[in-house]
Design a protein around this ligand. Structure first.
Ligand code: ADP
Length: 410
């Protein structure tokens, strides 16, 4: 009897031997599988070892029968297949009795329910305990946050010890944020204090000369002239300082507006070199390389920045020192170099010169005028043009500042 699927070789044998009804032909019987084979054409029953006839009974679920009756017993799976063998159609009805197994399962069920309930209890209990701990930690955190003011910003932080990992992450993030707020607040405070300190000197000088004028200047012309000149110089310095402070404050408030356009930087540098040579006659000012290079930027702001480097080169050199200024076109990038053979800087100075109000000790000791704001302003302007500044310096030997303004990529 050919034609059955290869996965049922024993069933094929079973059907092959259907003629011999006394022959035990169901090899799966011992494993609980019962069969009923009928020839569909002749309706002849060829084989039947089914114990429970559930043909007319309603199934409990798709091909599953469950009943605790007298004739039929327990849990039975059933299905029907049709096979075509040698142009004959056979209907094979399969029945698998799982009653015994289901009874075993039933005995296990109360135990399983108990274990399930125990696990649910454990989860709820530990969750409750966890929640209570979580709330107490959050309460402490919010109490600490409530205590925070600008006056205790440095001493108060959220306690991260013993907290759960997610809360710990949150507390660490908040502490990091507080650190940044504190740093920013401290630097604002420092800025106001430094600015007031810088303004105090010219104001007291002006007051001193005004008193001098009041007392002696009316009669003594020399005193009067000296006082007026000093007041003019100091008020000019004060105006410069206030302008710088306003620039920085506009930058910090993000209200600084740059008017950018394309222009030839070489012309600007050339003009500045000429101006410096005219005013400063006791330094050797050289400008070996001045190449045309188009930059896209704010002309006034860039001029203000380059002026800081040139003014510093003049300020921090002595008579007959050399100041070298160049403007190069390096593949479209504008590279301006200002170098001098002046007093130079230490490593510590180089690391700090772009900080607001920073001035090196030897500059302060030698009473060279300045307020330590020039380079911080120059840096802001160069950064606003996506540029960079390189510093090379050697104490007592001189300094070189290389400013690069990259070409605009359209
Ligand atoms: P200021 O010149 O008003 O002090 P800057 O911000 O321009 O402020 O410069 C900060 C400090 O950097 C100066 O006080 C000085 O110590 C150092 N510095 C800047 N340029 C030079 C230079 N060319 N040579 C030596 N020191 C310099």
């Amino acid at each position: 009897m050919k034609g059955l699927t290869a996965s049922h070789p024993q069933l094929e044998d079973t059907l092959d031997s259907y003629g011999d009804k006394n022959h035990t032909i169901n090899p799966y019987k011992d494993q609980g599988l019962n069969l009923r084979i009928t020839n569909l054409q002749t309706k002849e029953l060829l084989y039947n070892d089914i114990d429970f006839d559930i043909t007319d009974k309603k199934s409990f679920f798709h091909h599953i029968f469950y009943d605790k009756g007298k004739s039929t017993n327990g849990l039975i799976f059933y299905t029907t297949r049709t096979y075509e063998i040698n142009e004959n159609n056979y209907n094979v009805y399969f029945q698998f009795n799982l009653t015994e197994n289901s009874m075993d399962l039933m005995h296990l069920l109360p135990g399983m329910i108990l274990i399930y309930l125990f696990i649910v209890y454990l989860i709820l209990h530990s969750g409750k305990k966890g929640n209570a701990k979580l709330f107490s930690i959050m309460k402490t955190m919010s109490a600490t946050a409530n205590r925070l003011t600008v006056n205790n910003l440095h001493s108060e932080r959220l306690n991260v010890a013993g907290t759960k990992s997610e809360l710990k992450d949150l507390a660490i993030t908040i502490n990091g944020m507080l650190d940044r707020i504190e740093t920013s607040y401290e630097s604002q405070k420092q800025f106001v204090s430094d600015a007031s300190h810088e303004l105090r000197t010219p104001i007291s000088v002006i007051q001193g000369y005004a008193n001098l004028l009041n007392r002696w200047g009316k009669k003594d012309e020399t005193v009067m002239e000296e006082a007026i000149e000093a007041i003019q110089i100091e008020s000019k310095e004060m105006q410069d300082l206030v302008e710088k402070l306003l620039f920085l404050s506009r930058h910090d408030k993000k209200t600084l507006k740059l008017k950018k356009a394309k222009f030839n930087m070489c012309e600007i540098v050339e003009d500045m070199v000429k101006e410096t040579k005219l005013v400063i006659t006791n330094r050797i000012i050289r400008s070996s390389k001045l190449e045309d290079v188009i930059v896209y930027g704010d002309k006034q702001a860039l001029k203000q920045a380059i002026r800081v480097f040139i003014d510093n080169a003049v300020k921090y050199t002595k008579d007959n020192d050399v100041i070298q200024i160049s403007c190069e076109n390096q593949d479209g990038d504008c590279v301006i170099t200002v170098s001098d053979t002046g007093i130079g800087m230490t490593r510590k100075d180089i690391d700090n010169i772009f900080e607001r109000f920073y001035r090196s000790d030897h500059v302060r000791n030698e009473k060279i005028s300045g307020n330590g704001l020039g380079l911080s302003i120059a840096k802001l302007i160069i950064l606003k043009h996506t540029g960079r500044i390189k510093v090379r310096s050697q104490y007592t030997k001189g300094s070189t500042f290389i400013i690069t303004i990259p070409k605009r990529i359209y």
